[in-house]
Design a protein around this ligand. Structure first.
Ligand SMILES: *Cc1c(COP(=O)(O)O)cnc(C)c1O
Length: 390
């Protein structure tokens, strides 16, 4: 008999009940050290006091009005994102997929508004993940996720991630945009090679294309800057953000320059729940915390420490692990043994981690991770590796 909850996930047998910082407590009394952050969402850890306070305060005041009204929290959060990024304007939705969908819409609309209605195709990269809606599935082109759902939405091309020659060769008369994750998350924790974003920017500018970044997973402080592309100093025209923006309260955002958003006038897009007062309270509370002086310095220090420890760890067990990759606190270890088995064993020992494509063990601790947490995680990892059946 089908379970009451539609069985679309391969779920762990852990019924979660309560969280605090990096600790996650199950209903059966088990306690876990959470190095998943709810798949890159709870960047400030579980039940962050400032986010709780902001959300509780807002919950007593006003939940929802619709976007027929001005929403002060939206105006504030949008302005702060504008002040801290390449963007001039922001649309709020409820998820990463919606943010990516809108990014595609904005890119196509830009072309149609600026005299190129024939340009609608988007070039993406193999190994990408942009969400589970029809357009975002087609944008990523992952056959496994598309299978059985009818013809994939038309208008998407794919090239190898990191290869500028392939990207340039794929540009045609109908190309509207290039869409990439600066660091691929689900696809295997792959950082773009140095110079890649700059190369994409040049191709986009040469052919009049929109450059779209999907920073749903790698953004919001994950790499030690507010957004991952800041490391290369190469701005996009449009960017999708979600996951850690609300620290667990559903909120996504599509950021754009004024030039890119030229066609996005009244009536061109909307969302019932998008940008509602609760979501905006959460988003603003997250930014309050992340924009505090020193926050990213500390993330950078912890990232460096974790990276060093993981590299030492991985080389100690060459029969189990290959290279360490990723950036900041979005780290992967490509495994020799099945990554899913490693994740299961770690979980049995109290440490929560994830898998990613390419047989990668994905490690995404909250940005508030401490040296002690890293020590504890590495102790568990070493124990599991030592005890691994030969
Ligand atoms: C998770 C993710 C998405 C989809 O976000 P949802 O909120 O699940 O729709 C899109 N892009 C990237 C890079 C992601 O990691």
């Amino acid at each position: 008999m089908i379970p009451a909850v539609m069985p679309t996930y391969g779920r762990w047998d852990v019924a979660v009940e309560r969280g605090e910082g990096l600790q996650l407590y199950a209903t059966d009394g088990r306690k876990f050290l959470d190095f998943t952050s709810g798949i890159g969402v709870t960047g400030l850890g579980h039940c962050h006091p400032h986010v709780i306070a902001a959300l509780s305060e807002q919950a007593k005041r006003l939940w929802h009005t619709s976007n027929l009204f001005r929403i002060p929290g939206q105006e504030k959060l949008a302005q702060r994102l504008v002040d801290n990024t390449f963007a001039d304007t922001v649309f709020f939705g409820n998820s990463g997929a919606e943010a990516c969908e809108l990014a595609i819409k904005v890119a196509r609309k830009y072309q149609s508004e600026t005299g190129h209605p024939e340009r609608y195709r988007v070039i993406g990269c193999q190994g990408s993940f942009h969400g589970r809606t029809f357009a975002t599935l087609a944008a990523a082109g992952n056959e496994a996720y598309l299978k059985g759902f009818g013809p994939p939405m038309e208008g998407f091309d794919h090239v190898a991630f990191g290869n500028l020659n392939e990207m340039r060769a794929a540009v045609g008369k109908e190309t509207a945009a290039i869409m990439v994750e600066p660091i691929q998350g689900e696809g295997g924790v792959r950082a773009a090679p140095e110079g890649y974003l700059k190369g994409l920017r040049d191709i986009a500018d040469e052919f009049g294309l929109m450059l779209v970044y999907d920073e749903v997973q790698c953004g919001m402080g994950r790499t030690g800057k507010l957004f991952a592309h800041e490391w290369e100093g190469v701005p996009p025209d449009i960017m999708a953000v979600a996951k850690a923006l609300g620290n667990g309260f559903p909120v996504g955002a599509c950021l754009a320059t004024e030039r890119a958003a030229v066609g996005m006038v009244a009536g061109t897009h909307g969302s019932t729940f998008g940008g509602n007062p609760l979501a905006m309270a959460a988003g603003n509370a997250v930014l309050d915390t992340m924009l505090e002086p020193g926050f990213f310095v500390r993330v950078g220090q912890m990232a460096k420490l974790l990276r060093r420890r993981l590299e030492t760890f991985a080389v100690s067990y060459p029969k189990l692990f290959a290279e360490v990759r990723g950036a900041g606190l979005l780290v992967g270890i490509r495994c020799v043994v099945p990554a899913a088995d490693v994740v299961a064993k770690l979980r049995q020992n109290g440490l929560l981690t994830l898998t990613a494509g390419d047989n990668v063990l994905r490690i995404l601790p909250p940005l508030i991770v401490s040296e002690r947490d890293i020590d504890e995680a590495l102790d568990i990892m070493n124990k599991v590796a030592r005890e691994w059946p030969a």
